[in-house]
Write a protein that binds this ligand. Sequence first.
Ligand code: G3H
Ligand code: ZN
Length: 283
Amino acid sequence: AWMDGKSMLLHAYKHRYGVGAFSAQNAEMVKGIIEAAEEEQAPVMIQIGQKAITHLGLEPLKEMVVQYAQGATVPIAIHLDHSRSYTQTMRAIQLGFQSVMFDGSSRSFEENVRITRLVAEAGHALGIGVEGEIGKIGGVEDDIDVSESEATITTTEEALAFSEQTGIDYIAVSIGTAHGLYTKEPNLRIARLKEIVASIDKPVVLHGGSGVPDAQVKEAIASGVAKINVDTELRQAVSQAMQARWTKEPNNLVLADVLQDGIEAMKHVVKHKIRTFGSDRKS
Ligand code: G3H
Ligand code: ZN
């Protein structure tokens, strides 16, 4: 059943569990994420990212999720991830996404506020959850590359100003995670997170959820993180299982079967994340 992102995350925030926002790049991933959520009876967000949009297009991806979500009993929200374009964000709203992110973190504070606010106003008018980002999260995601030296930890002051001036429903902050694989274990700034949550009192979004130790994610959720973005670990699970199958059977050209191995592996990861986030049996 569809649920708008704001209602979904406010419930999670209030009850201190986290909703998994899982990125899907193809039909099999969409289907697998929904199956995993159904098996765990967990509310879930399916994220559509920029890479997938470049390859497949926003409309077909949206339709794909609609098709596979039909008949699902758990709350589902389709979320637009890291849009750097006002036009694309508005298009997603028009298409019926339940949640959108405008990512103006590469722009000046004023520009980020200006555009994010327009998106938030449209989202509010239509009952769609809006996410904005303040501070720079490190790592590589799709075509966005933020080096370690460029990454900055979000200050409480800028988070509060950004939250108030934009009116967003949930806020992505930079508190020590990075997109992609980690070379060394991340160290989340929990004290900063607590300070931010105490001052803005809104659900916080944790980007770069792949490879963060479970204990740290749980601490972040207990401190006010209500949406955890997971992308790389899913693609890794899919790819590794497909590679393993092809190592054993190099001439297996039944692509659907090989993909299915990948999806089974991905579902294990999704289900483990759901339980770690505490969103199992919360539907
Ligand atoms: O917006 C998507 C995420 O922040 C994913 O990060 O690829 O490190 O899991 P990840
Ligand atoms: Zn992200």
